[in-house]
Design a protein around this ligand. Structure first.
Ligand SMILES: Nc1nc2c(ncn2[C@@H]2O[C@H](COP(=O)(O)OP(=O)(O)OP(=O)(O)O)[C@@H](O)[C@H]2O)c(=O)[nH]1
Ligand SMILES: [Mg+2]
Length: 224
């Protein structure tokens, strides 16, 4: 009775690290597996106790609560992207994690971001006018995630102790700035929705950092 759900759709261009992040969430050792291109929509679930629970006194439910994370992993290849609409229509999620990869073309990823915008609108209603209307009152969470931040580390650095420091953050923020106008478009259209940004490495970030992704969604969803 304490448990709560956090449901997310994971989107982004092919190879940005969606499956790796979902695998990591499940606790799979992603360094040992070679991830393959995703061809179908996959639903993964995990119950976790978020680290922020430690901040609550034992007599509050939050100190004992578990969250069931339901992640909808999607194919990123542009030929399979029409499945995004299907995924968003079928699995009503609370928000999307839109992943970006600093090693990939900005232009190609901007198209993917625009696709997520259009398919999300389609998932609200197939009539464009009605979809636009619904968009303005939709309460959804759009969370943009710069993945593979470990690639900003100078060559030869040991990634096993990966941490986002000021230098990495600056580079990641700089990379994300290429998407500012598209992100502004989201904010203008979905004026009642929440927006967030995270910088991670799906492979090397410690669990405490990956938990933060879900902590943010939790705060948005359950207002605490
Ligand atoms: N250096 C680094 N590589 C990563 C990271 N996350 C994922 N990768 C690598 O990026 C490649 C693609 O990862 P996937 O998780 O398969 O990407 P995807 O977004 O699921 O791709 P599609 O299923 O085709 O859409 C794999 O070789 C991963 O090991 C990261 O944080 N850092
Ligand atoms: Mg994948």
């Amino acid at each position: 009775m304490f448990d709560r759900d956090i449901r997310v759709t994971v989107l982004g261009n092919t190879g940005v690290g969606k499956t790796t992040l979902v695998d990591r969430m499940k606790g799979t050792d992603v360094k040992k597996i070679m991830s393959k291109k995703t061809l179908e929509i996959n639903i993964e679930e995990k119950k976790i106790r978020l680290k922020s629970s430690d901040a609550y006194p034992w007599y509050l439910a939050e100190a004992h609560r578990k969250y069931r994370i339901v992640a909808i992993d999607n194919p990123g290849d542009y030929k399979l992207r029409r499945k995004w609409r299907e995924a968003m229509r079928k699995f009503k999620t609370d928000g999307m994690l839109f992943l970006l990869d600093p090693d990939q073309s900005v232009e190609e990823q901007r198209v993917a971001m625009e696709d997520s915008y259009n398919y999300f609108l389609d998932s609200l209603d197939l009539t464009p006018e009605k979809a636009d209307e619904k968009a303005g009152s939709t309460k959804y969470i759009f969370h943009f995630v710069v993945n593979k931040c470990d690639t900003f580390l100078p060559e030869g650095t040991d990634k096993e102790t990966f941490k986002i420091d000021a230098i990495i953050k600056e580079k990641a923020v700089d990379f994300l700035s290429h998407f500012a106008s598209t992100m502004d478009e989201f904010k203008a259209t979905f004026s009642e929705s929440k927006f967030g940004i995270s910088y991670i490495s799906a492979i090397y970030s410690p669990y405490t950092d990956l938990d933060k992704l879900f902590e943010i969604l939790k705060v948005y969803l359950y207002d605490m």
